[in-house]
Design a protein around this ligand. Structure first.
Ligand SMILES: Cc1ncc(COP(=O)(O)O)c(C=O)c1O
Length: 375
């Protein structure tokens, strides 16, 4: 379909598989996170990686268009081009990034980078600034075991001191991503991981304070922790979740939301009946849905909205294999050509497969959102 051609049409008219976004639910999810921040007394630095669209970032920022964290330079440039400011490129800085970092620093009132290596600190110290100091966050690992200086190591304190003392750098503070909440086996484990992360982070900030380094910004927060905020979060200055915009089955399984809160789904059609093996096929394969992410579920690679007995048990590129969890498939309920809706296990990874999102109210397409892609 040509750009904009689906607007005003019914979902039944769309080519499948199609990625649908329920506008009312996204609006509610975004408003709820802003309300949570207000209650705790922190700001929201909204992660944009789940959707990578202008429209959803406007909702995330309550229309201020200020206060984002991106996972790619491409996103940072996309938002900068569209009038957003106060953007953190929330990814470990390497020297190769510098030409684009220079351009963004020049372009925006506030553009921040994130470092977790001595090489990055040296690169910033040694690169002449484009008229204003580099604005820098130190990424700290408080248990996630991905990027970041390990919270107990002296190397992190030393890097913060160097950033603080460098004449061409403004040291903003510390950034922690508690992505290990996704490894929780039950909701109360999310709370425990969140508490442990906060405790470690605050200890690290305290050690910096003892060395005369003040953090104006102290932030953490994944969607699982921010959808179940704890009292201790009031010791932060900002949180930076992103998946809360769309949510997904993974979040539902972690206790972050109800199934009704999930704001996106994949529309797919039945393409064949195979009673001899108690299966049917759908037109959504692994280029239309992904089960990337932690954990597993009985219903396979997704949850069929309104059909809890269906299991998406396998996928090839453009075909999904569906069977019942129990009993025989009732083929009359699923005629060839009929539509089904799959709630994805991981919405970020599923959205990333689609060049256009159909934004719906009921079964009417209200708008098309076009995400940025690439790095
Ligand atoms: C560095 C960083 N910050 C923030 C987030 C947002 O976390 P979530 O997707 O749980 O909302 C992510 C997500 O992966 C991330 O990688």
């Amino acid at each position: 379909m040509a750009e904009g051609a689906s607007v005003g049409r019914r979902v039944e008219e769309l080519t499948t598989p199609a990625f649908l976004v329920d506008l009312a639910k996204v609006k509610t999810n975004c408003a709820n996170m802003l309300a949570t921040c207000k209650t705790i007394g922190v700001s929201l630095r909204a992660q944009t990686k789940t959707h990578k669209t202008i429209e959803c970032a406007v909702l995330q920022t309550g229309e201020s268009k200020s206060g984002l964290v991106t996972s790619t330079l491409e996103e940072a440039e996309f938002y900068a081009r569209h009038g957003f400011d106060d953007i953190l490129y929330g990814y470990p800085l390497i020297p190769h990034h510098m030409p684009r970092v220079i351009a963004l620093t020049r372009q925006l009132k506030k553009f921040h980078v994130m470092v977790d290596s001595q090489l990055a600190v040296d690169t910033l110290k040694d690169t002449p600034t484009p008229g204003k100091p580099w604005s820098v966050f130190l990424k700290v690992d408080c248990g996630n075991k991905r990027a970041g200086v390990w919270w107990e190591d002296e190397a992190g304190v030393d890097m913060a001191l160097q950033l603080h003392n460098a004449p061409n750098i403004t040291f903003v503070g510390v950034y922690v991503h508690c992505g290990n909440t996704y490894g929780a086996s039950e909701p109360k484990e999310v709370l425990q991981i969140q508490e442990d992360t906060l405790e470690r982070l605050l200890k690290f900030v305290d050690r910096l304070k003892q060395r005369g380094v003040t953090c104006t910004t102290v932030g953490t927060g994944s969607t699982p922790s921010c959808r179940q905020p704890s009292d201790n979060m009031k010791n932060l200055t900002e949180i930076h979740p992103g998946n809360y915009t769309f949510l997904d089955v993974q979040q539902w399984s972690l206790g972050s939301c109800s199934q009704e809160d999930i704001a996106c789904c994949v529309a797919t059609r039945v393409i064949g009946h195979y009673p001899h093996r108690n299966q049917m096929l759908i037109d959504c394969g692994f280029v239309g849905l992904t089960k990337q992410g932690y954990g597993h579920m009985d219903t396979g690679y997704g949850v069929f909205r309104g059909h809890p007995n269906l299991k998406l048990c396998a996928m090839t590129q453009d075909i999904g294999f569906v069977e019942p969890l129990e009993g025989q498939l009732d083929y009359e309920q699923y005629p060839i050509g009929s539509l089904l809706y799959i709630l994805p296990w991981h919405s970020c990874a599923t959205a990333a497969l689609y060049p256009v999102y159909h934004v719906v109210e009921g079964d009417t397409v209200l708008a098309e959102w076009r995400p940025t892609r690439g790095w």
